[in-house]
Design a binder for this molecule. Sequence first.
Ligand code: SF4
Length: 357
Amino acid sequence: MRGKLDLDEQPLVLIWEVTQACELACKHCRADAQPRRHPDELSTAEGKALLDQAREFGDGQLVVLSGGDPLAREDLPELIDYGTEQGLRMTLTPSGTNSLTRDRLAELDDAGLRRLALSIDGGDSESHDTFRGESGSFEATMEAAEAARDLDIPLQINTTVCAETVEQLPAIRDLVADLDAVLWSVFFLVPVGRGRVLTPIDPDRAERVLSWLHEVSEEASFGLKTTEAPHYRRVAIQNQDEGASGLKRRMGIRAGKGFAFVSHTGEVFPSGFLPKSAGSVREESVVDIYRESSLFQQLRDDDALTGKCGACRYRTVCGGSRSRAYATTGDPLAADPLCDYQPDGFEGSVPDQHPAD
Ligand code: SF4
């Protein structure tokens, strides 16, 4: 499916943050999650209207229900069932809490859930729970992973890469394999929300991690993708020594170009880590916002990029993290400060990784 998508027309992934409510207080939470649901969250009827819109992107549109903790919404099975009836591929990123029981997973499975994505940020309970700020989170996550396996729900593992977690990556890779996950999604920290308290790795370390991930991907039983590190594609191409034809075959998925994010109150952002609204689904269709808003169109224009990303031969397949550029400079078209690559002939400066205020 991915190779056939026209990213000007349809995102590969549409994420809906169904709530910001969550029992956990993870150090890195993008959403600044709160214990209670927001009174202005999209209602069940508004959520179904959003799913009706999503169907207009095309058959089999992938929808990720995220949070907060989506399980904080009692209408979650109803929303999954409704989306599935519309022909959408409904997936879920719940928090690792005790509310993620086998019975609830079975209920979501019956409703049509296509994939479960769980977060693992440490190779054992001590490192994971310290990072998540909740004792018992690792155990709850492992139990949910076992239940997903028993129910034949494909499992995805999400991991945050920052200075606090980077040494854990080999142990987490082993867990991903042991759990029979289908995909390891490796997210490189963007300093938004509570993530500002964490420490990003530096560009040199990022380069080595990306090369290591590429080696892992060549041997692993699971798929591997990065989030907010599109230069993984540049590293993969360089490591495979591909020529220009290889570059053309790969699609550059990034915020606003293959990604769209709907907040708990219906605002449409290019990604959850680029909180710049292009409109509200309460006023216009997410399809129109994705295809026609100036913000999304600008983010899809590889020639609009500035700094070294604008000068880079890999900008079509990579283009850098637009979210990190926005978080660190206030300009979503600026260079990604996490990238170590120096394009031929480029002599300008590169922003550092401190958040812009
Ligand atoms: S300079 Fe920008 S476009 Fe080029 S590889 Fe790095 S992040 Fe990607």
